[in-house]
Structures are given as C-alpha cells and as structure tokens.
Design a binder for this molecule. Structure first.
Ligand code: ADP
Ligand code: MG
Ligand code: MG
Length: 875
C-alpha cells in the first residue's frame, strides 16, 4: 500500500513534497512552509486516500493508521518536549481538515485536543496560568462537543451568555479562571445530557474521535452543497492534519490573526488583515469580538509585524500569488498556521495578475491563465449611478464590491423561495454561517450586522462575486418580527434596499446604475488574452443597444441576430398579426410590405454599428402562433383593428395551435410554406446594405442563416430563394452584394447529414440550445422539474444547457464539423446559444476546431478570456 501519513515536522521533511491531491491544500502548504524554514508547529498529514478508504469501508479508520499516527505524535513530542496525555507537561494537538481545494469553513477542526480534568491541571501548573488552561479546556469541550459529538454550538454559547449576564459582564475577556471552571462544569453537564455519556477523558479516544469527525465532515450537508455549487467532485475526500497546538490565548503578548498579502477587495499591494490579542483560533472570524486592523500590529507588536511582512513577501515569491494567511503569536513567538491562495474579487484578481506581470513574478501568459473568466461577470455589470439620489440608512464594511438591490429577506429559505419566483433579494443576517450558503447563492447581495472583512459572509461573498456589506452595527435585526431598524427607519421583510459592497453603504429603495469602467488593467489583460486566442468571439444581438455593448466589449461580429425579436415590437406586431391572419399569399404579401421598412431600418442600424464586421442574420424561427394575441381583450382589439371578425381570429388561433411547438411548424419549415416571409427578410437585408453603400458606410458581409434545417433539400430550396432575391436587389439598386448563406445545425439529423447540407451552405452555426434539447429529447422549459434530481443522482455532472454535454452533443458537433469540412474545406463553423459564453463549453469549441463562438454582449469579455485559456491549455 502507498504511504498514507506524511510528516511536516521540520526534522523529517525529505521526500514529502507530495501534491495537494494526497495532502490536501492545507497539508501541502504546511509542508511547503516548513520546508522553507518558516515557523510551523510540528505535525503530520493523514492522506486523502484514507478518507477514500474510510467511505469505501463502512466508515472505519484502519487500525494501522491510528498506530502510525501515534508514531508521528512521538516525533512531535520529541520536538516540543511535551507528552500527549501527560500529567506534568501535556502536549495538545489540533486536528484540522483540508481538502484539495479550499472550502473555507465547510469542514471541521478541533483545537486543544488532549485536555481532560487532569491534564488541564497539569497545563495550569506548567504555565502558571490558570485562566489560560481553563479557557483552553472549555474551548475544547465546546469544539469537540460540537464537531465530534454533534451538539449544536448555540447551546454552549447560550451557557456563556447566561453566565455573563448573571455576572454582569459583557466580554469573554472579563471572565476569570473561576468563571471558566464553572462553565466547564456546565459544558460537561450539557454534554452528558445531550450525549447520555460523560465527556471523554481518554486522550486517545479523543484523537480517534476527532479524526473520524473530520472525515465525516466531508459528507456534511453544507460541504455537499458547497461542492455542488463549486463543481468539486465528491470522491476527492479530505486529508487530516494533526499538529501541535500553539497558543494565542496565553496573555497580552499573545495573539491570533488572519491576513492577506494584498488587498483582496481592490488588489492593491498593501497589508490587509485583522488580529486579536489574547485569543485563539476562530475568534477572529467568528465575530464574537471585533478584531483590530493588522496595521496596528506595527505599534503593539513591532518585531512580529516586521517578521510577518518578511514572510508574506517570501510566500508570495514562492507561490507567485496573493496569499491568505493564518498565524498565531505565543509569548512573542510567531507561528504560521496556514497559507493558501487567497479568494479575491474580480477587480482584485485582474489587478493582482497585471501587477504581478509588472513585478516580473509571472508572465503575461500566466496572468491570462490566472483569472477565472466567470468572475469577470461581476465587473461587467453596472455600478451605482453616482448622480442618483440616495437615502443612505446605514453603513458597514465594504466587504465585497458591486451594487445590488432587492427585497429584504432574513432567512436563506426565503431567499431561495423568492429566487424561484425570479425575485431579487438581499439576505440580511446578524452574521452568516456555513448553513447560509444556499441563501447567499440565491440572493443578489448580503448584508450583515456583525463580522469583519474576513468574516464568513465577506469571504464567501467575494468567492461568489456577490456584493456584501458586513459588520454594519448600525442596523438592529429582529428575526422574530422580520424587520431591522437603522436609526429611526424601520425596514420590513419584502422592502427593497440597495447595498454597495464597494463603499459599504446601505440605501433605501432601488438605486439606478451606470456602466462599468473596462479600461486600465482590465483592457490590458484582455489585450493579452486576444494575443493568445484563436477562436473569434462574436455577440448575439438584435438591437442597436446590445450591438453597441457587444462591440464595446470587443465582439468581432454578430453570431446570431434573431429577426423575430424585431417582430415583437409594439408598432410592428399589428402588421405581423395581419400577415399571419391573412388567408391568401397576396394578402400576406401586402402585410409583409408594411413590415419591410421596419426590418430594413433595423438591419441598417445594426450594420452601421458593425461597420464591416460579419453579421449572421437568422431568418424567422418561431412558430407563427407565438405572435398571436392570447387574452380575450387582445383578441377583441386585433379583430377590431384589422377589421376581421372576432370568430375568424379565434378560429385561426385554434388552427395554428400546436401540441409541441418546439418540434412544430417553425424554422425553415416556415420558409418552405410561406416563402414570401423569408423573401421579405432577405430583401430587407440587401436593401439595408444598399442604403449603407449610399451613405458610404463600410459594408457588412451578411451571413444569412436558415434555422432548423434537417435535410439538404430544405437548404437547397431556401438558398435558391436567397440567391434569387439577391439578384433582384442587385439589379434594381445596381450594386454588387457579397453575402453568405448557411444553416443552423440544431437537429441530430442535420449533424449526421452535414456532408449533404454543406453542399448548399457556406457556414454552419451550432444552435446548441436546440441541439441539446433534441439530442436528449429534453425540453429546456420543462426540465426544471427533474434537472435537480439528475444532478443530485449524478446522471448529469452539470446542467447540459449551461455547459455543453461533450460526450453526446459534442460528438454530434464533431461529426458535423468533420463531415461538413470534408465536403467544403472553406466551411465556417461557429456556435451560438448559451454555451457560447460558458468557459467550459468554449474549451470544447477550441478542441473541436470551430472558428468562433457567439454569446450575449455581457459575456463577450468572458468568452475572450476563456478562448485564450482554452488555446493556452491545449498547447
Ligand atoms: P479552516 O480550514 O476552517 O480555516 P483551520 O484548520 O485552519 O480551519 O483551523 C481554524 C483555526 O484554528 C485557525 O485559523 C487557527 O487560528 C486555529 N488553529 C489551527 N491549528 C492550530 C494550531 N496548531 N495551533 C493553534 N491554533 C490553531
Ligand atoms: Mg484556516
Ligand atoms: Mg434554435
């Protein structure tokens, strides 16, 4: 069997540079820090393989592991000159989880392990610090009780609160040794009551209990949800790190803290962090005491501060990335407890990547690979309009930037419920805990009354790219009455507020927003990305506004212009309805004539903005009944307006009704039945070009796209129609027009018969929304009812409408690409539909050798970056 336990105690470090897969992130980093000679408390890591074994074998820890662990503890004992369970100088341990990728706060840690009624006395005598010894013991009972014995932590917290109330003090720090003694008794009673057993006094039992609990925490509900949201595979498992305790709670020359080597909110190269004097472990992040800014350490602990700064620099140089660090000071000695790549906002991610290129820490290729394209999303969206009038009702810490408005909700369940109704919410909590992860995901932004810049809410929100204002102690939340008070203002559940995570302000109502700034570091990174990508990026757009946005974001053409969206416009829908309600081709042509000028001017506006770049126009796609009135009043209005009897309108509606519109009279089938519709659309395209020519605007080369093709005959007929119309317009306007005709590939048959179809097509555009629907036989609109079950049961890894199903739909794309290009070498291939803006799908498109991807305007930069990464990764 492979080696399963790896020491990171300074003395036996050789051959231990194992990867994160085996050691977990925390274990690997502890080992590396120890190797660099940094002060790391001695310890060892039990590999993730053991976790795998644990779950495959009835949740049993192999005896061998416990035996080996005891051997490793001997080594720690030698280094620390303390003994585990000893009655004169006891060694205490911390038992820490750590998976491959960091899952902050999702899994469990037990501190101060090895304390019992006897060793606590030994610790007191040895350190001559009774308060410290008792404080550590009560913390241990509390953590062990919660993590290992499953007693909810609020029971312990309530005992402390009650105790403080009776004693008339506010802070934990005001409690002395005797108080902790009393609380220890209360805690033990609580354990006995809940667990029907005494708190375990045997230190070896404590140890195996804690190891077991860490493994079990991998399967906790919150860890599972976190993995699902972040696409972390369930089989990875967690490692267990066992390490000598160091104490930040031994007195005024002790401290514990969390710090980032750069500002994780803005990316600025400055120290960022918080610490607490005379405290332990999670006091800083738990929000029970308000921590101090790390800068103050320069005054209160200057030597340590200097040492820390030096270490930060060393770690950044080694990891070539911004680090998130945990440390503890025990009697003026600094100990490093953790270092990992820090979570950051999109803005910070870009600034840090660009700065690190400047600092020659990384290359611009590495910078391109460094930034997760998905997080750009938060940057591309609007921020608060500075000129808008605002009623600021409270402020807090600017924990995660961006602006968000929504209905106030006080519970994660409610936030989730409202999300289902497509409503925007702001989750308002006193503080968040890992149980709130679902609600944070469902809401637009998070507001907390307690907690610092490194609190749970702040860290998780930054990771999710959601705006967050934390620690707004001006608001008083009453969960029971479902309201909060900010000064004299009362905000009830359902009231709308706006938060600005960049400034920490909380405002009344919904505040208008403005476009983001995409110059500076952002454009620098994008320019590097453009240098390294092969895939072109286009945008899906049918309005001048979207077209402009897409171009501003760097789109190199339009990949999908859906003409039906132009039909829905209020002024035109009448003519569209008239056309549909016509009984003869002649009447239909008359109605279409009225639509022509509208379509022409739409195309003209778009062509003007695109200024010579390619524009793919899709001819009418949806079934005609989609345009007909639905309510009685609308039916009445239209019959009056068009002077058709009410009865006739109703009759036509019934006639056009389809049981399954997704597979009905739509796409090219409309062009076959009603050629005059497609003819009018082509006429509009070509006449718009003629107008461009007249106005000396650079001519776009339109790519006319026929939707929903499944046979070569369809495209043969419709291509003829396009060509004939083109000839006609060329003659009447005596111009020469260049254009292409192609198809959407969105039906499996079309993919399979791509060689025939390519005879008549200059390009294919993969309509992956419909192709996914028709390949799986799943209607996207109805899939909501079972998609979750499919993801839950691991039938789908991801929603196939979000990320392309490479093995099925992808296979069809590859077949179509190959067969199509065999027939016609010059065939241009692209993809439109949601997948065009999804980084994982873009990686697939690069592998499948497509020419371009097309996505919604706001995703264009995401696609540019993802395309560069796909190319660099392939190389
Ligand atoms: P998480 O992954 O949730 O951050 P950690 O394993 O890092 O959990 O433990 C949480 C906190 O416990 C740390 O930030 C640190 O303050 C404290 N801690 C962990 N190990 C030790 C140790 N050996 N000595 C003192 N404190 C420790
Ligand atoms: Mg930690
Ligand atoms: Mg389609």
């Amino acid at each position: 069997m492979d080696k399963l336990i790896f020491s990171f105690s300074n003395k036996s470090l050789k051959n231990n540079a194992k990867s994160k897969e085996i050691l977990g992130g925390k274990g690997a980093n502890l080992a590396l820090m120890a190797k660099l000679g940094l002060p790391v408390p001695p310890g060892f890591t039990i590999s993730t393989k053991v976790c795998e074994y644990f779950y495959k074998n009835n949740k049993k820890i192999p005896k061998k592991i416990i035996k080996q662990a005891k051997k490793e503890i001997k080594i720690i004992e030698k280094i620390t000159k303390k003994l585990f369970g000893d009655l004169s100088n006891p060694l205490l341990l911390s038992v820490r989880s750590g998976s491959r990728v960091s899952m902050p706060g999702m899994m469990d840690t037990v501190l101060n392990l090895g304390l019992n009624d006897k060793t606590v006395i030994a610790l007191k005598n040895k350190t001559e610090n009774g308060r410290f010894a008792k404080d550590s013991y009560r913390r241990f009972i509390q953590m062990y009780g919660n993590v290992v014995l499953g007693i909810q932590s609020h029971f312990f917290e309530e005992l402390i609160e009650n105790y403080k109330l009776t004693k008339g003090v506010l802070q934990d720090t005001e409690l002395d040794e005797n108080d902790w003694d009393g609380l220890i008794q209360n805690f033990k009673d609580l354990v006995k009551e809940k667990n029907k057993k005494d708190f375990p006094q045997d230190v070896n039992e404590q140890l195996s209990g804690a190891i077991r609990a860490v493994f079990l925490s991998w399967d906790s509900k919150r860890a599972k949800i976190y993995r699902k949201i972040n696409y972390i595979p369930d089989h990875w498992g967690t490692a267990v790190n066992i390490q000598a305790m160091v104490f930040g709670n031994m007195g005024q020359d002790c401290a514990t803290g969390v710090a980032f080597t750069r500002n994780p909110s803005t990316g600025s190269k400055e120290l960022f962090g918080e610490y607490l004097i005379n405290a332990q472990g999670e006091d800083v992040v738990a929000g029970t005491r308000t921590p101090m800014n790390i800068i103050n350490m320069g005054k209160s602990m200057p030597k340590i501060f200097k040492q820390l700064k030096k270490i930060f620099k060393e770690l950044e140089t080694k990891y070539k990335d911004m680090q998130d660090i945990e440390f503890t000071v025990e009697n003026k000695k600094l100990w490093m407890l953790q270092s990992r790549s820090g979570k950051r906002t999109a803005k910070a991610a870009i600034k840090i990547a660009v700065d690190m290129v400047k600092e020659k820490l990384i290359t611009n290729k590495q910078a391109v690979l460094r930034v997760d394209p998905n997080i750009l999303d938060t940057l591309l969206h609007p921020t608060l309009d500075e000129k808008a009038e605002k009623i600021i009702i409270a402020s807090g810490l600017p924990a995660s930037p961006g602006a968000a408005s929504g209905k106030v909700t006080f519970s994660s369940d409610e936030a989730e419920r409202l999300k289902e109704q497509m409503q925007n919410t702001i989750l308002v909590r006193i503080e968040t805990s890992p149980e709130d992860i679902n609600g944070m995901h469902a809401s637009q932004g998070i507001l907390t009354a307690r907690g610092g810049m490194t609190s749970h809410a702040a860290v998780v929100a930054r990771g999710m790219g959601k705006p967050c204002v934390s620690g707004s102690n001006e608001i008083k939340i009453d969960y029971e009455k479902k309201l909060f008070k900010a000064g004299s203002i009362e905000i009830k559940e359902g009231d709308i507020i706006t938060i600005d995570g960049g400034s920490g302000k909380v405002m009344l109502g919904e505040i208008p927003t403005v476009k983001p700034d995409i110059s500076g570091d952002f454009s620098k990174l994008m320019a590097w990305a453009d240098k390294y990508r092969k895939l072109k990026v286009r945008t899906n757009s049918e309005t001048p506004v979207d077209t402009k946005t897409g171009r501003d974001f760097g789109a190199e053409g339009i990949g999908l212009c859906r003409t039906e969206h132009m039909f829905f416009d209020e002024k035109r829908i009448i003519s569209v309805r008239e056309m549909i309600l016509s009984n003869t081709p002649e009447d239909r042509k008359e109605a279409l004539k009225k639509l022509l000028p509208y379509q022409k001017s739409d195309f003209f506006e778009i062509f003007k903005i695109m200024n010579g770049l390619p524009v793919t126009v899709r001819l009418l796609d949806p079934p005609l009944h989609e345009f007909l009135p639905k309510t009685d009043k609308d039916i009445y209005d239209i019959s009056k307006e068009l002077n058709i009897s009410h009865q006739d309108v109703k009759f036509r509606i019934t006639e056009l009704h389809e049981d399954n519109p997704m597979l009905g009279h739509r796409g090219c089938r409309l062009g076959i039945s009603f050629p005059e519709i497609y003819e009018m659309q082509c006429q509009a395209i070509f006449e718009a070009l003629a107008q461009c020519k007249k106005k000396k605007i650079k001519l776009v080369i339109p790519e006319i796209m026929i939707p929903f093709v499944s046979t070569a005959a369809e495209i043969e007929i419709l291509r003829n129609l396009v060509d004939k119309t083109a000839q006609k317009i060329q003659k009447t306007h005596s111009i020469k027009i260049k254009y292409y005709v192609g198809t959407m590939i969105e039906l499996p048959r079309a993919a399979l018969r791509a060689n025939d179809i390519a005879k008549y097509a200059d390009f294919f555009s993969f309509g992956t929304n419909d192709l996914t629907q028709t390949t799986f036989g799943i209607s996207r609109d109805d899939s909501g009812k079972f998609l979750n079950d499919y993801v839950e049961n691991k039938i789908f890894n991801k929603d196939p409408f979000v990320s392309i199903d490479e093995r099925g739909v992808g296979e069809l794309i590859k077949i179509a690409a190959e067969r199509g290009r065999k027939q016609k070498k010059s065939l241009k291939l692209g993809i439109c539909g949601e997948h065009g803006g999804d980084p994982a799908s873009i990686e697939f498109c690069e592998k499948a050798k497509l020419n371009y991807v097309s996505c919604s305007p706001y995703r264009v930069p995401i696609a540019r970056l993802a395309a560069a990464q796909a190319y660099l990764k392939k190389k």
